[in-house]
Design a protein around this ligand. Structure first.
Ligand SMILES: Nc1ncnc2c1ncn2[C@@H]1O[C@H](COP(=O)(O)OP(=O)(O)OP(=O)(O)O)[C@@H](O)[C@H]1O
Length: 304
């Protein structure tokens, strides 16, 4: 009999998951899994819970929450030699990673995908001693995501980020950085730099239009210093994926990326604070097996 460990964040998103927990357990049991669950108690707890699931040799771990929870679970799995497969039930405010692998928002539909049992390997990123599944980045604006209070997200959902964004516009400044990527060098002032594993960031689904989730490459997006008006123009283009040819933007694919700065620059990893520069981003090729709706995955992202 296979064993599944559910790790759920009771504070994610609008705090709705608990209502569905019994149904999810029952569905997994009916599918032949012996199931148990752990409710996270605070920051970092999902990482500890995932490590315990590795030690206890669970066959799969189901992460229930937003990008922050998935990030923490992956941080518990990534450094281990034995890595259980990863199921995802999106319950956060933004669910960029789930969206990138086409997992639906509906709890029972997401559970069905685990029951169906198809998985694909996905790349994950390592930066210094931390791991990320979706995005690493820096620049004043990327600090927005972890400055939004959790209670505000519970009440307002995605709108909380937009309100915070407006509040932050007056302090919107460029940052001086050096970025080495696959032997090339960028030096200058940037509004932000993003190192992405998927195409979906902050609800912008076309931010990295060429991204493949398991080709061993990061998408690197650099937005050079602009005026506020230009910034808003480029952000509007980005909604349609048309920012990549703008002269203010560098967009390319790379396997190894180093970023450093004379200033103190905070890093954002999957929406949470991820330490300070300098940083070296390393792509761990096809490191985690994730349950997905296989018929919705692009041919080039499916395993041979
Ligand atoms: N019991 C808890 N109480 C408070 N915070 C918690 C608890 N359990 C986990 N957390 C923290 O909540 C953070 C954010 O959670 P998560 O990403 O799942 O949802 P969210 O904040 O609603 O959505 P998103 O990050 O997608 O915007 C996690 O990184 C984790 O550190």
């Amino acid at each position: 009999m296979k064993r599944a460990r559910i790790i759920y964040n009771p504070t994610s998103g609008r705090e709705m998951f608990k209502k569905h927990l019994a149904d999810v357990l029952q569905k997994l049991e009916e599918a032949g899994y012996e199931t148990s669950c752990h409710a996270t108690t605070g920051a970092g707890d999902a990482t500890v819970a995932a490590r315990v699931a590795v030690e206890r040799r669970y066959d799969l771990v189901v992460a229930v929450g937003g990008d922050g929870t998935i990030n923490e679970v992956v941080n518990g799995l990534a450094e281990q030699e034995y890595r259980p497969k990863l199921g995802i039930i999106p319950a956060g405010t933004t669910n960029d990673f789930a969206r990138a692998v086409h997992i639906p928002r509906d709890v029972m539909a997401a559970t069905d995908i685990i029951v169906q049992g198809d998985t694909i390997p996905v790349d994950i990123g390592r930066i210094n001693d931390k791991y990320f599944v979706n995005i690493g980045g820096g620049g004043r604006l990327t600090e927005l995501t972890y400055e939004v209070p959790s209670k505000l997200k519970t009440m307002l959902g995605q709108l909380a980020y937009y309100l915070k964004g407006i509040e932050m516009l007056p302090s919107f400044k460029a940052t001086e950085v050096s970025i080495e990527y696959d032997g090339k060098l960028f030096e200058g002032e940037v509004m932000l730099f993003l190192v992405g594993l998927t195409n979906s960031v902050g609800g912008f689904e076309k931010l990295a239009p060429n991204a493949s989730i398991n080709d061993g490459l990061f998408s690197l997006l650099i937005l050079k210093k602009t005026s506020l008006a230009d910034f808003i123009r480029v952000a509007t283009l980005a909604l349609r994926g048309e920012h990549v040819n703008d002269p203010n933007v560098i967009y390319t694919q790379a396997n190894r990326i180093k970023v450093y700065s004379q200033d103190t620059v905070q890093l954002n990893l999957d929406g949470e604070f991820g330490g300070l520069l300098p940083a070296e981003f390393v792509n761990l090729y096809r490191h985690i097996e994730v349950f997905v709706p296989i018929d919705q995955i692009r041919d080039e992202d499916r395993p041979e």
